[in-house]
Design a protein around this ligand. Structure first.
Ligand code: NAD
Length: 417
């Protein structure tokens, strides 16, 4: 694939086109759903600790709000750009639709390298971002959440800045907050937990014995670490490999996940973990495991390496890890892909529960969160699997068909198309 074809937004549009073809969508609806409804690009000056001022670019894209206020994470990454944000905002639109929560899709970010920022610089950047885009945020407009390299602490600073500007309490303006200032039980591991629920359902559908299953995790961050822990806790699965931006580790007999999390916390990477061999990010994806969890960034399974994937199931916790070329190869080779906006919808689902609790000012127990999340994820998986079987299409196309149909119907009911 050329670089142009690997542009995540071009990929998101081509995936939409495929679903529109299957659904026989009219041209005006297709045109509307191919583009974000609103985009904001802002410039954020930040005072650095040494007294200098650094200028950052920030983004917020509100892709489609036909089903409710837009919702989606904030990514702080050196490669962040408007096309990535557009793609992620589109995927959020399909994600809120597949789990059938009354929200639209949005996304935001800042081009920066958080590893080079001190805590006080991060706080000033977080507050600066809200001063720049705060006017277009709110529970009835658009609600951000954490994503790559943003944390509950960053959400807390952002909520505080928003409430300071408004002079009133608005805990629901942002989700993924720490517990104690409006965060929800179960938000921290919700993305991974939701993904593991879908793997459990896939095991049932494909007759795979969970107790003998193994997995490899690319991207040992928030989603990846929790996937390792929860797949063991709920399904008895063994994690044999894990990686991050610095490299990976592998032990065919299984890694001690808690010790690996500890090691990553201490050293900043999984690299150098004792009792394991090193493995590259590329080789990790090609391991003969039952499940692979891509949990880092986009375009890691492409037309060039898809034929080497040996896992039975790819559970896409990351957004956009597989290209359309890869999808076709994986499907032909019988690799069962649980597509990103279904597999990682647990995060936004519990974010939605967080918003509901903030609005009611009444908080649920962890058990209630897990039960409601399981219900939503299981229902979404089963619906997608049924469409995939009945139309003989892969799970991504099936999920698109369901979500695009829901969003298109909402646009029609509003009289937009
Ligand atoms: P995170 O910042 O906590 O972790 C990302 C991890 O990926 C880090 O360990 C990093 O070292 C690693 N990484 C970065 N570049 C890499 C590379 N080239 N190769 C291998 N590893 C690399 O982020 P996260 O919140 O866990 O998000 C991971 C993915 O999951 C993203 O695609 C994100 O959009 C998606 N996601 C996250 C959530 C959530 O609630 N956190 C929800 C939905 C989707």
């Amino acid at each position: 694939m050329s670089n142009e074809q690997l542009n995540p937004f071009a990929i998101a549009q081509s995936q939409l086109d495929t679903a529109a073809d299957i659904l026989g969508l009219d041209d005006s609806t297709r045109q509307l759903l191919r583009e974000p409804m609103r985009e904001f690009v802002v410039t954020i000056p930040v005072k650095m600790d040494d007294g200098s001022t650094k200028v950052f670019k920030g983004y917020r894209v509100q892709y489609n709000n036909s089903r409710g206020p837009t919702k989606g994470g904030l990514r702080w990454h050196p490669d962040e750009n408007i096309d990535t944000v557009r793609a992620l905002a589109a995927w959020m639109t399909w994600k809120t639709a597949i789990v059938d929560i009354p929200l639209g899709g949005g996304k935001g970010g800042v081009t920066c390298n958080p590893k080079e920022l001190s805590e006080t610089e991060k706080e000033r950047l977080a507050r600066g971002y809200i001063r720049a885009v705060g006017k277009i945020l709110g529970v009835t407009q658009d609600v951000p959440a954490p994503d790559v390299y943003t944390t509950p602490q960053i959400m807390a600073w952002m909520m505080d800045e928003y409430e300071t500007l408004r002079g009133e309490a608005h805990p629901g303006v942002i989700t993924g907050k720490p517990i104690g200032i409006g965060g929800s039980q179960g938000r921290g591991d919700a993305t991974a937990r939701g993904g593991v629920y879908t793997v459990r359902e896939a095991f049932k559908a494909l007759n795979i014995d969970a107790s003998k299953a193994t997995c490899a995790i690319q991207g040992f961050g928030n989603a990846g670490q929790h996937a390792a822990k929860i797949s063991k806790e709920l399904l008895g699965m063994k994690t044999v490999a894990a990686s991050d931006s610095k490299g990976g580790v592998y032990n065919k007999n299984g890694l001690d996940v808690d010790a690996l999390v500890e090691h990553k916390l201490k050293t900043g990477s999984v690299v150098g973990f004792s009792g394991a061999d090193s493995i590259s990010n590329e080789d990790l994806l090609e391991l003969d495991t039952t499940v692979i969890f891509p949990a880092a960034l986009e375009n890691v399974i492409t037309g060039s390496n898809a034929k080497n994937i040996k896992a039975n199931i790819v559970c896409e916790l990351a957004n956009g890890p597989s290209t359309p070329d890869a999808d076709d190869i994986l499907y032909d080779n019988g690799v069962f892909v649980i597509p990103d906006f279904l597999a990682n919808a647990g995060g936004v689902t519990v974010s939605y529960f967080e918003q509901v609790q903030n609005t009611y000012n009444y908080y649920w127990t962890l058990e209630q969160i897990h039960e409601q999340l399981d219900r939503k994820m299981t229902h979404a998986f089963k619906g997608t699997y049924e469409v995939s079987k009945s139309k003989s299409i892969n799970m991504r196309k099936a999920a698109y068909v369901i979500s695009v149909d829901r969003v298109a119907k909402a646009c029609k009911l509003r009289g937009w198309v």
